[in-house]
Design a protein around this ligand. Sequence first.
Ligand code: HEM
Length: 546
Amino acid sequence: MFSIPFVKPWALAVGVVLYTLTRAYKVVRGRKEVGYVQGIRTLFEPFTFLGAVLPSLWWPLYPGVNFQWERRKSLYKQFNRDTVSIVPYLAGSARLWTANLDVAKQVVAGGASSCWIKPREYSRALLFWGMNLAGAEGGELWRRHRRIMGPAFNNKTYALVWNETLRVYKDMMVHEGWESKTSVDIPIVQTYTFKLALFIIASCGFGLPFDWSEPPTGEDDQMTIQEALRVVSETNFMYTMAPSFVLSLPLKKVKYAKQAHDALDAFMRHQVAVRKVEIRREIAENGSEEISRDDVFSRLVLANESEAEKLPLDDQEMIGSTFVLLFAGHETTGHTLAATLGFLAVHPEEQDIAYDQIMDVVGHDRDPTFEDYSALYKVLAAFYEALRFIPAGSVMIRQTTADTVLKVPKDLDSEEAEDLVIPNGSIVSVDMVGIQYNPRYFPDPFAYKPSRWYEQETTEIPDVFTAFSIGPRACIGRKFAQVEAVCWLALLLRDWKVEPLLRPGETHEEWRERVLSAQLVMTLTVGPVPLRFVRRVTKVESVISS
Ligand code: HEM
């Protein structure tokens, strides 16, 4: 007969009955928490440990952790509304799931006094290293972190980002030996976009300007920080959600993950300790809060050491902030740059438009400067449109700390909103993929059209662009990422025509289907993008050769 060692059958029966009753109560309460809105009824909520490790079963039994991407064409149509619900039977919490911009604004754009907070339960991966700006629930805690980090993001920083991107691009050309090549095949373009993003955050974020041939390593020189970050972002979920015995299993993957965590931990602790000493010394020597370094991290340490800051961050919070800078400044930008090049490769007409603007604004005879940034708005638009297709920050989860009322449109076509009474503790997930594909805001949402963003030329922040979030809690690194992207794309597209690296017999359409798809790791990421760079012949060169 079936039995579990050391567990008495009656204890097992009591356990099963208790679990069933608890879950039944949760389902009843969950339906109330989502205002009885219709939606997915499933076994597991995707953002639980079980949900993440299980493969998707048939719909809707368990939609899988990647359902947001895979069901982007059908989810909201199925229920004829852009705010639906998820109620899980066996694991996880019920929630509203919205692709509506007005609902998103009510939930995420309220600032420090809002009753909507970031629930800690879902920020565990971010908070693992210590409290930080991105993981803070809200209220005073968030405001304090933002006050300390905010001043570090200024025009001086962005000019530094531009200049460093230029330096790293040139360094990359020399060290990769591409200067003399007419064509380069690149199996995974993320190898370069990730390295670029890491170098820019190392340099402008931490004041550590590395050479392309010399990637930064951890304290023991065992593993590069790039590799440590890659492994940490892939395994952070296991680290933060799995039962602790999993981490002591004698498995190669687990050991490697631990090595990466240790390397990153040592790197961050070292940075915090060294910089604090350095900045204290500079303040003492100068007798003022003027420091020589312009990088974000030094500015953060300075703000923290400032006489005016009554509530400075402690060491663990500094480590947490270091991780957030490294992670947020690296993974998101690296993936979006790879996706932008992928889309431009299969849309040569859009690539030509960007190239023509680069030629008009910069030409061939000089390097682009930070002053060119706004004039290169079509390059930025190509980046925005890739970000619309694959928004790296794909979901924003918020929980209400008070009974509240949400105004929610009744169906897909109507503007008319109904009042939804939501009890304290209810969760809303803002579906960034859903918003960015919602035909309410984007006609023809599955077409890659950078021209949607040309209004950017006159308005700095288009209302429907949510990829960096909206309101006072929007991404603090937005302009940092944009400046880096525009500079690097302008340099690259000026020198090279970007084409898809096709398999034998593959068409562009098949390549696009195969490559430009996404999956949720810690952020929503495009798969490996294989490209061919073909050197552009300048007009002057073509005249000379003819
Ligand atoms: C393409 C690049 C990027 C994208 C798509 C992106 C997206 C986002 C999104 C959607 C949020 C809001 C998350 C939420 O509220 O749940 C956010 C917040 C944040 N981002 Fe970014 N980000 C990018 C680049 C960067 C960079 C380069 C940095 C730093 C150098 C950065 C640092 C942060 C921080 C610290 C927060 C938390 C802000 C707060 O809670 O007040 N991000 N980002």
